[in-house]
Each structure stands twice: as C-alpha cells, then as structure tokens.
Ligand binder design. Sequence first.
Ligand code: CTP
Ligand code: MG
Length: 175
Amino acid sequence: MDVDWVRETLTLLLYILPAMAANGTPVVARRYYGRGHPIDCGLRFIDGRRLLGDGKTWEGFIAGMLASLITGVVIYLALLGLDLEYLYYAVLSGFGALMGDIMGSFVKRRLGIERGGRAPVLDQLDFYAGALVVLWVAGVRYNIVSVLSVGAIILMLHIATNRIAYLLGLKEVPW
Ligand code: CTP
Ligand code: MG
C-alpha cells in the first residue's frame, strides 16, 4: 500500500474526527434538551418555508461544539507528537461541521424537503464539506485523494451505524 496515501488520509481523519463528533452529538443529546430553541427562531424564507426548520437548534449547536472540543482534547492527549494548535483546528472542524449541517438544512428547505426528510449524500456529507471548507480557510492543506478516502469512510460508517441502530431497535428502518 502507498504509505503517503495512508498517512495523508489518517492525518485528514484526525482533523475530521472532531467534526464527526460535532455532527453526531445533537442526535443523542436532544434527549436531554427536548425540542430546544430553533436557530432560525421560526422565521420563514421568501418561499414561505422555514429558513432552517426545527431540526437545527442552539442546544444542538452548543452540544456539537463541546463534543468537538472534548474529542480534540482526547485525541491530543492520546497521541504524542500533536501540536497544541491541534485543539484550535479541532474546534474549527466542529464549527465547520455544524455550519455545513445548517447549510444542508437550508438547501433541503429550499428544495421543499421537510425537516427530517431524506436527502441522500447531502444528509451524510454536508457536515464534512463544511468542516473541509473551514479547515482549508484556516490553512489546513489536504489533497483530493484523502478527501475522497475520508468521504468513503464517512459513508460506510453511516451505513454501519444505521444498521446497528436498527438491529438494536433504536431505529425503525435499517437506513
Ligand atoms: N439537532 C439539533 N441541532 C442541530 C443539529 C441537530 O438539535 N444544530 C438535532 C435535532 O433534534 C435533529 C437531530 O439532531 O432532529 C438530527 O439532526 P439532522 O438529521 O441534521 O436533522 P433533521 O431533523 O433531519 O432535519 P433536517 O431535515 O433539517 O436535516
Ligand atoms: Mg436528518
């Protein structure tokens, strides 16, 4: 196996793990904050539909930011040789993920898809695109091959976690 490819993909994965934590945490944390406070304050766009919808809350946003910080600290402590600067990128990665998820909902509403309605690929990768953009702007450089590799890992993790959640009875459908 090409060692450079493995190293670059694992490096990008280190930067994206806090984004994955930020993206996944609201789904679990909502048990504790209930419906929460919608980020769009219930406002509607010129098309008459909600700006973002009830699925994007401040509580989820804060929980996601905390999750990215905690994930960053754990990875920083677990791996020797990481610069303290990594924590800053971990939080930025989480922020990008939450922003990407918000943009994904904005796009879904404009397409007429209700909150919680399915939008394949967009649903799974909006947070990843957001994290990639914010990290790039912050100066993190990565190549297309590692972007595609980590993207494939994220899609496979989604399929696997959904199946497990279904088998455990946490979800109605296996996708
Ligand atoms: N969530 C939240 N705040 C966020 C993101 C997510 O409270 N910023 C919670 C909501 O309870 C949401 C759940 O996590 O329903 C799952 O997130 P997601 O699948 O992104 O939202 P959807 O409900 O599917 O809404 P949308 O159609 O807008 O994606
Ligand atoms: Mg959803």
